[in-house]
Design a protein around this ligand. Structure first.
Ligand code: ZN
Length: 305
């Protein structure tokens, strides 16, 4: 009987600690940025289409994705790759989970984090593209950042050039698990290319890189979650403008309500908390100034449209 009481007290204590951790507020100040109205969509976007490739998913408590989220509501967390086609060219923005994800995860994810970082596999991006004649095999892959759930499929595309920002390239030299997996990024078959964001300011972001030189696909600096994280604006032929923001936030509600990720996720995975906060405040201001803009965090399945 005494043993049962001790066990009950132990589990009660665990629940209290758990609730406390997920209730740390994670509020961000919004008073530093003013949103900028985006330019009109260029006519060159008539050549552009966007395709969402679902490579994996997991259903988690909302509290895992956002500070002060619910412990009982679910957040549908997706691992995806975005294929952007522009005329006869295409590129991927992130790869999601690749064909070798299980081996990579087994080798490089620390054992104590494995239960918290688990995933369900869907189809790898390379398989989805190869099986669909409407999709073009990408000649380039741009990474929002180099974390394992975004870079897993790089080795599935040995003929593509892999483009990352110069800051992310530097970050890669010292980054380690649980964020970056050597089994993914140290492969000799990867053809790395780094670039500078030297096309001037765009949408209130001081640095940008215009992929096609016609304003249809523009990369901007979203550093914070990793040292060289970037986001991607894409205008498509339906007149839709999307902004893929990588892992600046996991849950779009974090942009709406100025919140960090959950305390533990921020602590373990955000490289620079202050820079991440600053990026979220910029996204919040941009959202308010451009209500028609579709902001898409890499893992928020509810924003895929
Ligand atoms: Zn991620």
């Amino acid at each position: 009987m005494k043993g049962l009481k001790v066990l009950f007290l132990f589990f009660s204590l665990i629940v209290v600690i758990f609730l406390y951790i997920f209730n740390i507020h994670g509020d961000i100040s919004s008073n530093v940025h003013k949103g900028i109205k985006l330019p009109i969509i260029s006519t060159a976007s008539s050549e552009v289409s966007v395709h969402f490739l679902k490579t994996g998913y997991i259903s988690v408590p909302e509290a895992f994705s956002i500070a002060q989220g619910s412990l009982f509501d679910k957040f549908e967390m997706v691992h995806g790759a975005i294929l952007v086609q522009h005329g006869s060219e295409s590129f991927l923005f992130d790869t999601g989970l690749g064909k070798k994800i299980d081996e990579q995860f087994e080798v490089d994810m620390p054992f104590w984090l494995k239960p918290f970082m688990s995933y369900e596999k869907d189809k790898a991006a390379v398989d989805i593209i190869n099986k669909n004649s409407n999709l073009l095999i990408p000649s380039r892959i741009f990474l929002s950042h180099s974390h394992w759930d975004h870079a897993s499929g790089l080795v599935d595309f040995p003929n593509a050039k892999i483009w990352i920002s110069a800051q992310e390239h530097d970050y890669l030299q010292s980054a380690k698990p649980p964020s970056v997996f050597p089994s993914q990024v140290k492969s000799h078959i990867i053809q790395w290319q780094s670039y500078q964001l030297n096309n001037g300011s765009y949408a209130g972001f001081s640095k940008s890189y215009d992929i096609f030189g016609d304003g249809t696909a523009v990369i901007v600096d979203l550093s914070g979650h990793s040292a060289g994280s970037v986001g991607l604006f894409v205008d498509d032929k339906k007149g839709i403008r999307r902004f893929f923001v990588g892992d600046a936030v996991w849950n779009l509600d974090a942009v709406k309500n100025l919140k960090r990720k959950s305390w533990a996720a921020s602590l373990i995975l955000d490289h620079d908390e202050q820079a991440t906060d600053n990026t979220i405040a910029k996204l919040h201001a941009l959202m308010n100034a451009n209500p028609e803009l579709i902001i898409i965090p890499a893992h928020d399945l509810s924003t895929w449209q």
